[in-house]
Design a protein around this ligand. Sequence first.
Ligand code: COA
Length: 630
Amino acid sequence: MIIGVGMAKPCGLTKPSHLVKPVSATRVAGRYLTHQQGLPQLPVPPLQQTCERYIMALEPIVEVDELKYTKELVEDFQKAGGVGERLQRGLEKRACNTENWLSEWWVRLAYLEYRMPVVVHSSPGLVLPHMNFSDKQGQIRFAAKLIAGVLDFKTMIDNETLPVEYLGGKPLCMNQYYEVLSSCRVPGLKRDSVVNHARSSPSPKHIVVVNNSQFFVLDVYNSDGTPLTVDQLSLQLKRICSSSVAKCTEPVGILTTQHRDSWGRAYINLIKDKTNKESVDAIQRSIFTLCLDGAMPAVSEEMYRSSAAVQMLHGGGTQWNSGNRWFDKTLQFIIGEDGTCGANYEHAPAEGPPIVALIDHVVEYTRKPEMVQPPMVPLPSPKKLHFSITPEIKRDIEEAKQNMNKLAQDLDIRVIMFGHFGKNIPKAYKMSPDAFIQMALQLAYYRMYQRCCATYESASLRMFRLGRTDTIRSTSSASAAFVKSFDDPNKQNAEKVDLMEKAVKAHRSYTNMAINGQAIDRHLLGLKMQAVDDKLSIPDLFKDAAYAKALHYQLSTSQVPSKTDCVMCFGPVVPNGYGVCYNPMNNHINFAVSSFNSCEETNAADLAQAVEDALLDMRKLLEQNPRAKL
Ligand code: COA
């Protein structure tokens, strides 16, 4: 049975329009569980279907002889009584015995066993609009409001009153919201883990504030359980700032920027000391961290958002703010003195959309007029977290500093606001805006390199219980035909429009397939993992050069929509690739494009420019063509 294609209405992720209020004051115990139990389980797609679609996905990105060879491997894999059928049965059994056959494997492979530094390579940054302050006082006041806003959102999580989100009219899994506060990644020698203290008793009542690379515990609730007021929070933040005026010379937080194996080793050594262990525990248990940043290098107005993206992704290097973080923390808010504001999050527990929904709420909260504050009750001073630095730890910190600075030098990121149109234009031409943007990316890439590459777009699997993501493969035979024809003077405009429409439709169709659990990538991964679990030799299909090519994503992309005019950003996933994150608003689109300076072939600014040109040229083509009338 082929389900998926054409099943879901082309309708975006629906967030409740007003999150700021009402926040229910009363707990609705059991609401979360009832909702979760009502969600369907992730299906295992039919084997034959995935095999056919895998070959189709390879067509535009591998050579003819490679494809011929892979077809033979696929035939062998899926033949009656073959290894494919055996693995498929194993997967189906796993699906019956688990809440979600994929999610645990996925979190392990994509995050916990991925050993590259979380900084740039895994953790996204989020750039918020420039806020209305420009000094220390403004920074502190804004930070106090932001803390109050997060606690307001947390009330909805604690009370299980968070409004349910929908995609294509179907309710989504809300689990990720319960994983982002009071949680932290913990490094291991070969595999990391994530600890979540939200459900421990008593649950954490503090956040950790980082200022000048020094860490402080700030209790954010009064003894009667009420959250501190904005005035109280401001006063406490002032106390923190005045007791940490000089930058710490041994920034322990920089250790979290290391390759995970190195950090895993350094971690064991770090927490041997009792004081260090207590300090690390306090960070891990905290509801979130708040980084009060120092200055960043001065840049032109045009480059402001790109510089903010650098700040949110990695802090700019040790000279600037990279030491003012604990990158293992699931959620870190970052506030500069100049009005720069955003976040960085560790990816293992959640995707971007829940983080952005929380941040949308917080931003709206900070914009509310301030209420009259009750009289101040004296509070104990926030506690500084101490670390004893042995020569070995000092050596680890020095090594981490050097590696972080190399990484900071290597990352090139460009944030642009494409202001000519947003979702409005594709919608007017009855096309999916996301598919339209993806096709502009395909065109931009093709114009730069005269070839198509494997392209990843994240698709949400949250229609299913504990669902995470699958891959939308944006490069299709239809997209290849479209990009190849676009600048061909021998082709008529009507034909080009036709090819554009077909490419956009093919993309939307793949999207529907993916969000309905029928895409190919996680299924193939599952079959491979099943072979590992069954202690079988890995089938040749997964050792094939075409499989490696299909997974070498030179374009790694994601749409993260929001109500706030912000943009998420992340690094490329391969050395010669690009990371592209975008937020399509109604009348404009925010893009963050990244690449590595060490790769001579790639250039973030060039791709950003090519995307702008492609979007404009695609609109021009539609405008010129009588068939594509609005
Ligand atoms: N004609 C007119 N309007 C159309 C249309 C068409 N043919 N097709 C779609 N639209 C409308 C939709 O109704 C929607 O309207 P809205 O703005 O009122 O909500 C809007 O255009 C957007 O739809 P579309 O552009 O097709 O994309 P989408 O919102 O369905 O999103 C994905 C597509 C893939 C991004 C989404 O399904 C998804 O999976 N999101 C999660 C991704 C994720 O997890 N990213 C983070 C990774 S860290």
